[in-house]
Design a protein around this ligand. Structure first.
Ligand SMILES: *Cc1c(COP(=O)(O)O)cnc(C)c1O
Length: 434
């Protein structure tokens, strides 16, 4: 009998994969808590929450039950002209966590579409107000916002979309003042970024629709972190030109940075928040773009042309919404919040251990349940070494996917401290040997 890996190989084309050089992919048959099991019965600890979506562990019984019940009650209904309990309840419950000004919810079904919606809404907002001068977006260097064309446009400096640069309109990217533990240069980096923004805005401030940014942590460009005060300065400055502010919290949302949302650590509020990934606890695709009354009311008119003409077939799918309601309820439990802060402390101890064992571990940093560090490898084959590292981790039962020279851990909140400690010990012994 053929294995899953063999059956897959002749048929499937996997995402973000160089199919020619990638080693055999692994067939996963089941998951439980922080663990995944392959078809040979081997276990792996999922230290990246399956591409940052999982919150409370795999196959969580409460979320699974909620999905099952909803599937037997109402699996789907068109969301134009109709509504349903899971969608309304989800937004009511999210409303208790989000700022008072952000209480208008637009559904879609993945992170890229949540971003597209925010870009399109902000663009049309100015058109609806009769302002056609504002045409461009600003973003942060290294920002990643998804793989559709609009999302690629504002994420073109991430390096993920280089084959498409000719098809993308130009955007201005503010240098990102990435920082880490004991970084003595952070003030200078931040003031350089602000100066670059100031001089750009002096010329182009009136042409800008909105700024989009990943608050506190840039995920895909390598878990790059910046201080809250930097984001506050940026927002104050763009506000003085009436520019709208979009927070892409697709990765940072739902406790990942230590607070429910990254925006809770920043004193200036955005006009849009994009949510996906952790929204359903990692069970089903779903997304929300949340905005203000100010934006919403610009679309109200007796004329159709002012309406937001955008929607997806599976918008607000009831089963996905039911998963999200259940996941949010678990997130709000005191024990979940306590687990996130224990993970944060365990990351600190783990990074200390790594640094004491491996001299080439640099730029350690922790934000909430996320930890990251760089490997400064001197060998000329460092790109290959980094690429192989993923497989070395895998052979030791660790699911990790380094980004460039960055290794990061982003475990589900149910991960036990012992499992996390053991993972750091394994990582140290693998790194010691390279
Ligand atoms: C993953 C990600 C996206 C894209 O989400 P998809 O669901 O993969 O389309 C957008 N923004 C950020 C910050 C992300 O991390």
């Amino acid at each position: 009998m053929l294995t899953l890996t063999e059956r897959d190989k002749t048929l499937l084309w996997h995402p973000f994969t160089q199919e020619k050089t990638a080693k055999d992919i692994i067939g996963i048959t089941r998951g439980s808590g922080s663990y995944l099991y392959d078809e040979a019965g081997r276990e792996y600890i999922d230290l990246i929450s399956s591409w940052w979506v999982n919150l409370h562990g795999h196959a969580h019984p409460e979320i699974a039950n909620s999905i099952c019940l909803q599937a037997k009650t109402l699996e789907h209904v068109i969301f134009a002209g109709y509504t349903h309990t899971p969608a309304v309840s989800l937004c009511e419950n999210l409303g208790k966590l989000l700022p008072e000004t952000l209480q208008r919810y637009f559904f879609s079904d993945n992170g890229s579409t949540a971003v597209e919606v925010a870009l399109k809404m902000s663009f049309q907002y100015w058109r609806n107000l009769g302002n056609s001068k504002r045409k461009h977006f600003i973003c942060l260097e290294g920002g990643y916002h998804g793989d559709t064309f609009g999302a690629m446009t504002v994420g073109q400096s991430s390096g993920f979309h280089n084959s498409f640069l000719d098809a993308l309109s130009r955007v201005f990217a503010i240098p990102f003042p990435a920082t880490w533990d004991n970084d003595l240069d952070v003030d200078r980096k931040e003031s350089n970024s602000i100066k670059a923004l100031e001089s750009y805005l002096e010329v182009h401030g009136e042409e800008i629709v909105a700024i989009i940014l990943e608050p506190l942590v840039q995920g895909a460009s390598g878990m790059r972190m910046a201080r809250p005060s930097f984001f506050e300065k940026v927002i104050k400055l763009v506000r003085s030109y009436d520019i709208l502010v979009i927070f892409d919290e697709v990765m940072t949302g739902f406790g990942r940075t230590g607070t429910d949302f990254a925006l809770h650590q920043i004193c200036e509020l955005p006009d849009f928040v994009c949510l996906s990934k952790g929204l359903t606890g990692g069970f089903l695709p779903l997304a929300l773009t949340v905005t203000t009354d100010r934006v919403y009311s610009a679309f109200l008119s007796n004329e159709w042309r002012y309406a937001f003409a955008h929607g997806h077939s599976y918008t607000a799918n009831p089963i996905a919404c039911a998963a999200a309601v259940a996941s949010l309820e678990i997130l709000e439990r005191p024990e979940t919040r306590a687990a996130i802060s224990s993970l944060s402390q365990a990351h600190r101890r783990g990074l200390d251990h790594l640094q004491s064992k491996c001299g080439f571990v640099r730029h350690t940093r922790v934000k909430g349940a996320i930890s990251a560090f760089e490997l400064t490898l001197n060998d000329p084959d460092s790109v290959k070494t980094m690429a192989n590292l993923k497989y070395k981790f895998q052979e030791s039962g660790l699911i990790l996917r380094p980004l460039g020279n960055t290794v990061y851990l982003l475990p589900p909140y149910c991960t036990t401290l012992i499992d996390l400690e053991n993972s750091y010990t394994k990582i140290a012994s693998i790194l010691e040997k390279i």
